[in-house]
Write a protein that binds this ligand. Sequence first.
Ligand code: ADP
Ligand code: MG
Length: 242
Amino acid sequence: SAGINFDKLGKVDVKVSGEGEFTPITSFEESGLRDYLLQNVKKSGYSKPTPIQKYAIPIIMEKRDLMGCAQTGSGKTAAFLLPILHNIMQENRNLTPGKPQCLIVAPTRELVIQIYDEARKFSIGSWVKVCLAYGGAASNHQSNKIGSGCHLLVATPGRLMDFVNKGIISFDDLKFLVLDEADRMLDMGFRDSIEKICAHETITKEGLTTLMFSATFPEEIQRLAGAYLRDYIFLTVGIIGG
Ligand code: ADP
Ligand code: MG
């Protein structure tokens, strides 16, 4: 795969802070993820979790807010998708059209499609419905799919807010909100959209788990985390040397 081969690297530097004790997993089997997901993980050829996955999976399984910093290629997508899919699969499969249970926001169409593909790979054969929303393409097909049922939506900020403003998407049933590549989203000028999403009145603060991921941790990301995450765990995984 295109990921970082951690076995070939020296030390991995991990910092965890925040309330609560979390034991990192050393294998996917001990994660508590349902067998269904474990089988799909195996089929994906992932034999063991990457460092960010070892730490983030137990934290997200407990539905804690998380600020996760790790470089590109470290396996952040599966780190959040697996525990989220586990939680969605625990819930009632019924869904209300246009009301996703999980929303993942990423800066580009390419990233959104990558996350979508990974989510489909892990949930294949299950009743979980994954949908896409991104700009630069006709919106009818996307909105029809979302309207016919969507548990997990992967979206770019612009098209997402367009759909929210048109009433195609509501945040009423949201249990997980993920801001992926948060630093890149700010660099690309999506600050307003991000703030609008995080501060949206229909995002029920009760029972919502918010996860932010970023390769870097500049002041403006620290401020976003401080403003929109609650009692969050801060996790940073870096590679020393290499
Ligand atoms: P990031 O979001 O941190 O940039 P990705 O989630 O896109 O990283 O993962 C980078 C690559 O590593 C992808 O090709 C992915 O399929 C692969 N990968 C992720 N986790 C594992 C794992 N546990 N074992 C093997 N490959 C993995
Ligand atoms: Mg990523």
